[in-house]
Design a protein around this ligand. Sequence first.
Ligand code: BTN
Length: 256
Amino acid sequence: MSKATDTWVRTRAACSKLVVLNQVDSTNTYLAEDTDLTDYSVVISLDQTSGRGRWGREWISRPGEGIAISVLAPASGRVDAKNLTLIPLVVGASVVSVINASSQIPVTMKWPNDIMVGEKKLGGILCEVRRDHKVVVGIGLNLEFKGAQPSARAVSLSEMTSVNARTLDGLVAEIVRQLTVNLNGLESEQKQLVTEALGTINRFVRVQIREGVEWTGVALGIEDSGALRIRRDDGEEISVLSAEVQHLLQIGTKPW
Ligand code: BTN
């Protein structure tokens, strides 16, 4: 492909190797299996047919309506599959800061992996640790719904900012650049970045740690590990490393 027709020219310059796939089952699976790719290689596709989300859920996007991005992050001594809480938060905060730089409508994060516009989901993060301890950072973003809205709780980037080949290339390139910096940052800097991006802090939340085990309370902040600190309605303060969180209506807000 000549430079003049390279749609992903900026992204290519921001990463070590770029793989653009017309169609793929899952960009995360592709990156998990291709052990020849070096750190900060990036796999992208606008047509991911078996996208995966957290807790074994599917990440569904109609062809061309969303972008799947996977970035290979270097192995880190402090990370394994069980304590993989801070990295997805740093990834989400990086995505939030990049989008907010070009959008009039504020984007925030819902702990631990959702990119939100208000209470609607714009995207999600799925980070997975490979056998060689490198981390596959997966980002899915809704770009533009061409048919019916897939869900009343979904929102696309085109509702907030202009989305075309040039702007998308700029966005992905900047996300990769931010990841390169932020994933290598000090834990204290990472925590601050995440705290600034998290819309969950100070919210009333319902937290489900597994089927049938849930509490409501106020989200107070995050621990160094990325765990969410909550003051439960019974007054006890707890930290959760992995859970589903629902933002509840604030006192005084109306449900319309
Ligand atoms: C979630 O909301 O539960 C996370 C969704 C993550 C989707 C992204 S798209 C790129 C990467 N490839 C996948 O199969 N999943 C992630």
